[in-house]
Design a protein around this ligand. Structure first.
Ligand code: IMP
Length: 183
């Protein structure tokens, strides 16, 4: 059977070792910033699951986690521009030090929506950790606190990020180039 990678072009952009180092640095920063306090990580499904799993294990504080799911992209590469809540949090975040954990910040529409929803629930603090940032694509201005890597305007997959639900399991973040027929 042909290798699943053979049908598309996957060009490594950020290698796993570099991701590991950067995740460690972000976790140390969070540990310093919240010394002695508990942090509540809210992962945005599904893209942030691998980043969150690695990040939380490097944070040397009392932690708790929850997940929220939104949809803005459907199956393609372009955002529909409309964000829908698919799965809400399991528990109340009032009074907690919340860190919203995102895979990638692109137009900023998703994060803008999520910050609005979460702010209404009166967390004690609300910060944002995003593994990747594509600043050139921004439509909405959003505040971020912890960024892993700034990347150019390319569609990337791997380390949790998908194209039509595939490639989340790649260890590196890769640029995805589809054959002309598939675009
Ligand atoms: P935004 O609302 O445009 O900022 O998009 C945020 C969401 O779009 C992310 O959480 C991803 O799920 C998805 N997304 C944006 N760019 C990419 C990409 O390059 N690869 C995979 N997913 C992406």
């Amino acid at each position: 059977m042909a290798d699943f990678r053979a049908r598309v072009k996957l060009k490594p952009l950020i290698r796993h070792a570099a991701i590991r180092n950067r995740v460690l640095a972000v976790a140390r920063q969070i540990t310093r910033d919240f010394r002695g306090r508990r942090v509540h990580l809210v992962g945005v499904l599904k893209g942030s699951c691998i980043f969150l799993a690695d990040l939380v294990r490097e944070i040397d504080l009392e932690t708790s986690i929850d997940f929220i799911a939104v949809s803005s992209y459907g199956r393609g590469k372009e955002s529909s521009g409309q964000v829908r809540l698919l799965k809400d949090l399991d528990s109340n975040i009032a009074g907690l030090n919340v860190i919203l954990v995102e895979d990638i910040l692109d137009t900023g529409l998703t994060l803008n929506y999520l910050l609005r929803v979460l702010r209404q629930r009166k967390p004690k603090t609300l910060r944002v950790a995003a593994l990747l940032d594509k600043p050139s694509r921004r439509i909405r201005k959003v505040r971020t606190d912890y960024i892993g890597f700034r990347i150019p305007d390319e569609f990337v997959v791997g380390y949790g990020l998908d194209y039509a639900e595939r490639y989340r399991n790649l260890k590196d973040v890769c640029v995805l180039q589809l054959p002309p027929a598939a675009v």
